[in-house]
Design a protein around this ligand. Structure first.
Ligand SMILES: *[C@@H]1O[C@H](CO)[C@@H](O)[C@H](O)[C@H]1NC(C)=O
Ligand SMILES: *[C@@H]1O[C@H](CO)[C@@H](O)[C@H](O)[C@H]1NC(C)=O
Ligand SMILES: *[C@@H]1O[C@H](CO)[C@@H](O)[C@H](O)[C@H]1NC(C)=O
Ligand SMILES: *[C@@H]1O[C@H](CO)[C@@H](O)[C@H](O)[C@H]1NC(C)=O
Ligand SMILES: [Zn+2]
Length: 434
């Protein structure tokens, strides 16, 4: 016990020295009333290099993180474009420290209650090295259903691994394939338990056997390992990968603007922007991994799920300002999305809003080079969705990208209810999804 207490105290001392770069950064809740105002606001965001947590539009308040030196200009300009604002969180550093503290406590409790049962726990957010090791362990322990694949290396050389789950090693070409990835955006930590939950349910618990019998799965828990680790060790709100060489001091390409669908038409060419699209489509190893997976299984992939946070939404293409705007099968996407949403809403925590379902450009904002768009365009009749998980504001009052440990298990559990609905839909509707 003394050992735990010492570790605990040590962790807290460390956490106090962290997050200095966020001192005095405030989270603004910003309301716009027209699309034009939303566009002006986004110009302002790009000009001041602000960090958008959620896109503002007439239906939804936006959340934007602003550094102290930029507040006067930001507030002035908000007044000019007639949008109104409130301060959601005065000093975000306090919340980051609080998240560290809660997470450190959760780790101690988790270690103390660790059982001999195989599998990763759902009481903490696991780091890359732990997950990387786990994928190998799963494959070793369950060789008849699980195989681990090293799909490539990140910019900094971390292995990007995924699991192939199948009762016949992908031999039955009539089975649909489902591809799920999480953590393409580094800071969206709460997305990790979703893919880990899927692995647990399909390989270890196997309470619903039809899901593994009738479907082959590809599950990639950490799509952007460098960014993810950096968000743990240094900059909590890191979003991009860790590509260098495009600017003297600004690092990173936004992988979700780097896919080859109207690449570069509604994203940033500025390496210092949070939505920098990279030098060309698929310039990044993290997006190439997705492309290779999709191309290898393109005749069989029925469902593509990219798990993001936050906002309680199930979204489909197109986000880019493309000619069609909506995919040809948007009625099917809407119907399946609604079924997924209702399945989650039935078991979600009461204080969270119901999931909304719709087109990315309509519910959020226009953006090019997204993975969901690219997958939808590659496989026009199949289902391509992005999830935005709920922003949980718990008793500790941390929210947005910050994770309260109490929500981790629920995030895995409830999202899986939606995934199961889509999975069973693709089994029943093979002819629709050719
Ligand atoms: C934004 O604010 C700055 C100073 O706070 C001002 O110089 C600039 O003109 C404003 N921009 C617009 C578009 O109003
Ligand atoms: C802001 O409001 C003023 C006065 O109502 C109006 O003249 C102006 O066009 C508005 N600006 C925007 C960007 O909506
Ligand atoms: C929990 O256990 C892991 C693995 O044994 C160890 O690496 C970690 O430091 C422990 N954390 C705490 C807070 O005790
Ligand atoms: C797996 O089974 C355990 C033990 O029955 C249960 O607690 C857990 O919720 C199940 N699912 C996952 C994903 O852990
Ligand atoms: Zn995201």
């Amino acid at each position: 016990m003394l050992k735990y207490i010492l570790v605990f105290v040590g962790t807290i001392c460390l956490s106090q020295a962290k997050h200095e770069e966020y001192i005095g950064h405030s989270l603004y809740g910003v309301q716009v009333y027209t699309r034009e105002q939303a566009n002006l606001l986004m110009e302002l965001v790009e000009r001041l290099y602000l960090d958008v947590w959620t896109y503002p539009n007439p239906e939804t308040e936006g959340l934007i993180l602003v550094a102290p030196d930029k507040k006067p200009e930001f507030e002035d300009n908000l007044t000019v474009i007639n949008s109104t604002y409130r301060i959601d969180t005065e000093n975000i550093k306090e919340k980051l420290d609080l998240e560290d503290k809660l997470m450190a406590e959760a780790h101690i409790k988790s270690n103390a209650s660790r059982s001999d049962r195989f599998g990763l726990s759902f009481d903490v957010i696991h780091r890359w090295a732990v997950v990387d090791r786990y994928l190998v362990d799963v494959a070793n322990r369950f060789p008849r259903v699980a195989r681990v694949v090293s799909a490539g290396r990140s910019v900094e050389g971390r292995d990007i691994k995924y699991l192939r789950l199948s009762t016949d090693n992908f031999a039955n070409r009539n089975k649909p394939v489902i591809f799920i990835q999480s953590l393409l955006h580094a800071r969206e930590w709460v997305t990790l338990p979703v893919t880990l939950w899927a692995i647990q349910e399909l390989v270890i618990n196997v309470t619903e056997q039809d899901l593994i019998r009738n479907i082959d799965w590809i599950i990639l828990p950490i799509a952007n390992p460098d960014g993810y680790e950096f968000s743990h060790t240094r900059t909590r709100m890191w979003r991009k990968n860790r590509r260098t060489g495009h600017h003297a001091s600004c690092v990173g390409v936004d992988p979700n603007r780097n896919y080859d669908y109207f690449w570069g038409t509604a994203s940033s060419r500025d390496p210092c922007s949070e939505t920098f699209h990279g030098p060309r489509a698929f310039s990044e190893p993290e997006t190439l991994v997705t492309r290779n997976i999709m191309n290898s299984f393109r005749t069989r992939i029925s469902l593509y799920l990219d798990i993001h946070s936050f906002g309680s939404m199930i979204l489909f293409g197109f986000a880019a300002p493309s000619p069609g705007r909506l995919p040809p099968n948007h009625a099917t996407l809407t119907s399946v999305g609604n079924q997924m949403a209702r399945a989650i809403d039935r078991v979600k925590w009461a204080r969270h809003p119901n999931y909304r379902v719709g087109n990315i450009a309509q519910l959020l904002f226009v953006a090019s080079g997204g993975g969901t768009d690219w997958a939808q365009a590659l496989l026009p009749n199949r289902l391509s969705f992005a999830y935005e998980l709920p922003a949980h504001r718990g008793q500790s009052n941390i929210n947005g990208f910050l994770v309260e440990p109490a929500f981790i298990r629920q995030a895995g559990f409830e999202t899986w209810q939606g995934i199961k609905v889509a999975a069973r839909f693709v089994v029943r509707n093979r002819e629709l999804l050719q």
